[in-house]
Ligand binder design. Structure first.
Ligand SMILES: NC(=O)C1=CN([C@@H]2O[C@H](COP(=O)(O)OP(=O)(O)OC[C@H]3O[C@@H](n4cnc5c(N)ncnc54)[C@H](OP(=O)(O)O)[C@@H]3O)[C@@H](O)[C@H]2O)C=CC1
Ligand SMILES: O=C(O)CCC(=O)C(=O)O
Ligand SMILES: [Mg+2]
Length: 402
């Protein structure tokens, strides 16, 4: 049952019973999925009274796929995300220091999901380590297909590493310590411009005040410095009449209706999001910076238990929604972690599909559940007078407050 979502010139065409592939994920993934899917189905039922419904299609990746199918990322999983256009996934384990390349990254690259979109905002009542978490309202556009994630690494002592070190010394005069491991990262104008274009469009469409390009271009001049230059190029050449830069407004006053495009060096940015969060709005940055920034910002509004995200290609319409957090393996099977990140990723998915009523009910349910102070361990340990509940009970609370 169910029909495919399609992309046409005018946008997505979403049937009343769309097939949506999902991966439960490794570690705590299944605990979270059980709670999340009940919330999604309840929101859709309540919003549309049976007129609309999701035809969920389970596909496999990660540890379960390896156990049951002998491969970490079966071809049919990739095919399902290609064919059905929009999907959702739980976290997948990536080994540290060796083993296979990240399956999460592979999915993003194979489907060319070039924007990793991670909105960060505060929900009243959530415990936070900062004094004014309500000032944090940012939307991170993380480039999702290049940087070190599409990079090349060679280990210390390897024969190929020695040859590369010798080549660099001979051809470029680079003195590299003999026992080094080597990493190379690509950053292109193609990857940069489509990311920054999407970020500026988002800012204009959503009434946002600024887009900040975050980079370490003082040190990495031809990758991160070039990201900054290409970003400003897009702003000026494609949005010249709708954006300004600091150069255009020496008095610092941004004209009404225009978006300010500015930039910040990553280290200063990481301290300013703590000291002056209200000055930042939409953030456009490269893959690795975006990875760091999204966890850091999540911490400011209560942690990665409540940090949703999406991987999107705005040209083909392909999208996979997923939390910012990973598998949190020490809690696997304990029905304990916070399902909010995946639930809010689902809310983003419904918005993407144009099912705004279902999305609004999820938001309402979550806000109500937090206000009732029956919350998962991560919030309960920092909230005075809160009652700690399980993942599944927190899901029930969300449904009850819709
Ligand atoms: N997109 C993806 O699929 C991602 C996958 N990963 C992978 O996940 C694995 C584990 O990574 P790790 O670095 O430990 O990061 P995780 O995000 O999995 O966990 C780190 C810590 O964050 C907190 N946390 C995570 N999820 C939740 C949640 N749902 N509710 C409440 N708290 C949560 C826990 O904190 P505390 O200990 O304080 O309770 C946990 O110990 C790795 O293999 C990594 O590669 C990582 C990120 C994204
Ligand atoms: O792929 C992974 O294991 C980590 C990915 C990650 O940290 C992220 O996307 O934020
Ligand atoms: Mg991360």
């Amino acid at each position: 049952m169910g029909e495919k979502i399609r992309k046409e010139a005018g946008g997505l065409v979403v049937p009343d019973e769309p097939v949506i592939p999902f991966i439960q994920g490794d570690g705590t993934g299944p605990d979270i999925w059980r709670a999340a899917v009940r919330v999604f189905d309840a929101a859709v039922e309540k919003a549309y009274g049976g007129r609309r419904k999701v035809a969920w299609l389970e596909v496999f990746a990660g540890e379960r796929a390896y156990r049951e199918k002998g491969t970490w990322l079966p071809d049919e999983t990739l095919e399902a995300f290609k064919e059905y256009l929009v999907g959702i996934k739980g976290p997948l384990t990536t080994p540290v220091g060796g083993g296979f390349r990240s399956l999460n990254v592979t999915l993003r690259q194979m489907l060319d999901l070039y924007v990793c979109l991670r909105p960060v905002k505060y929900y009243p009542g959530i415990p936070s380590p900062v004094r004014h978490p309500e000032l944090v309202d940012m939307v991170v556009f993380r480039e999702n297909t290049e940087d070190v994630y599409a990079g090349f690494e060679l280990p210390s002592g390897d024969e190929r590493t020695k040859r590369l070190i010798e080549f660099c010394r001979r051809e470029f005069g680079w003195q590299i310590r003999e026992d080094s491991g080597i990493g190379v990262k690509p950053i292109s104008p193609t990857g940069t411009k489509r990311l920054v274009r999407a970020a500026i469009r988002y800012a204009l469409d959503h009434g946002r005040r600024s887009v900040t390009l975050v980079h370490k271009g003082n040190i990495m001049k031809y990758t991160e410095g070039a990201f900054r230059a290409w970003g400003y190029e897009v702003a000026k050449e494609e949005f010249g009449d709708r954006v300004v830069t600091w150069e255009d407004v020496p008095d610092g006053v941004v004209p009404e209706g225009k978006v300010l495009v500015k930039d910040a060096i990553a280290d200063a940015f990481l301290q300013q999001i703590l000291t002056r969060p209200a000055e930042f709005d939409v953030i456009a940055t490269m893959n690795l910076n975006g990875d760091y920034v999204s966890d850091a910002l999540a911490a400011q509004v209560g942690g990665i238990g409540i940090a949703p995200g999406a991987n999107i290609n705005y040209d083909t319409g392909h999208a996979i929604f997923e939390a910012t957090h990973g598998t949190a393996p020490k809690y696997a099977g304990k029905d304990m972690v916070n399902p909010s990140s995946v639930i809010l990723s689902g809310k983003m998915m419904f918005e993407y599909l144009g099912w705004h009523e279902a999305a609004a009910l999820i938001e309402k349910g979550l806000t109500g559940a937090i206000a009732s102070r029956k919350v998962t361990y991560d919030f309960a340990r920092l909230m005075e007078g809160a009652e700690q509940v399980s993942t599944s009970e927190f899901g029930n609370q969300i449904v009850a407050h819709m």
